[in-house]
Design a protein. Sequence first.
Length: 334
Amino acid sequence: MDVVIGMLLAIIVLWVALRALPAGAEGRLPLPYLIALIPFLWIPSLLLAVASALIGNWMLAGIATAFAVIILLRVPIYRRRNRETLRETNTSTGINGPHETCRTVTVMTLNCRYGRADAAAIVDTVRDRHVDILALQELTQGLVAALDDAGIRGLLPHRQLGEDRPTDNGGFNGLWTRFAPVDSTSSSVDIPAADVPMITVSSDDGSAGTVIAFASAHTKSPMRGCRAWSQGIIGLGQLARRHDIVTPQATVVLGDLNCGIDHPSFRRLLAAGFRDAGMAATRRPGMTFPSWLAWPRIELDHVLISGRIDAERVETLTIHGSDHLATVAALRIR
């Protein structure tokens, strides 16, 4: 029994070690799926600790318990290190000014499940939560028309859609905004996935002296190609360093990125200059899939922020017809 428990514990240790792979190296089946399940490995670790205690092997029990604690603490440890790095970056670049004017902008993102999400429910949520920027993924032309019929233009009159292509992963992406854009594009970055539409808002309309760009993204799922999945996640990092005619001082990427904090490719994306709003505001990853289970859920949908933006509040909501929870975030623009 000691040997069996030891072997099972070794498997868990090696499983968790997958998160230490170089970014991109996890782009092979079944690694993306195994890494996505790392947040739940504290459960078998704890069961092995109990089993070890029952047979009187207190050393194995202690090791298994310690490893369960390490799995549970891996996110707070990462957050602390990321916060320290961010503080150093802000100090060196002068982002944290002593007399800053702030404004709150509310954003929302939702994967619409092949266009099956309830258009009226989306519009009602936009109205009830006073959403300023709406990002949707897996859109269809039928859902866009249904949103118009439900009154989306009266709340968010400006929009930018990606091109509707047969190679899209479940549908195309789109953005709706309350603010008049000064620039927009249907494809802001070239990644092997659906177009990433972007809208840039001027300081006059909605961001207290800051030019801010919003993008709606949906990277491919691993089942549609692990290599393309990893390349798409890493490729979104270009948006943190985007330069064009209207250069944004801050960027917000919203969408179903099909990854979480344990995936090396996602941490590479964050290292490009983004912070995860959910982790910043709630101190934990946002578990958004599947919507029909209260637990367990995995982390797929994100609001990523860069530049003069802080996350004040992040919540998740159920939208009928979607297999993802919607994510609504209040962002403080400095």
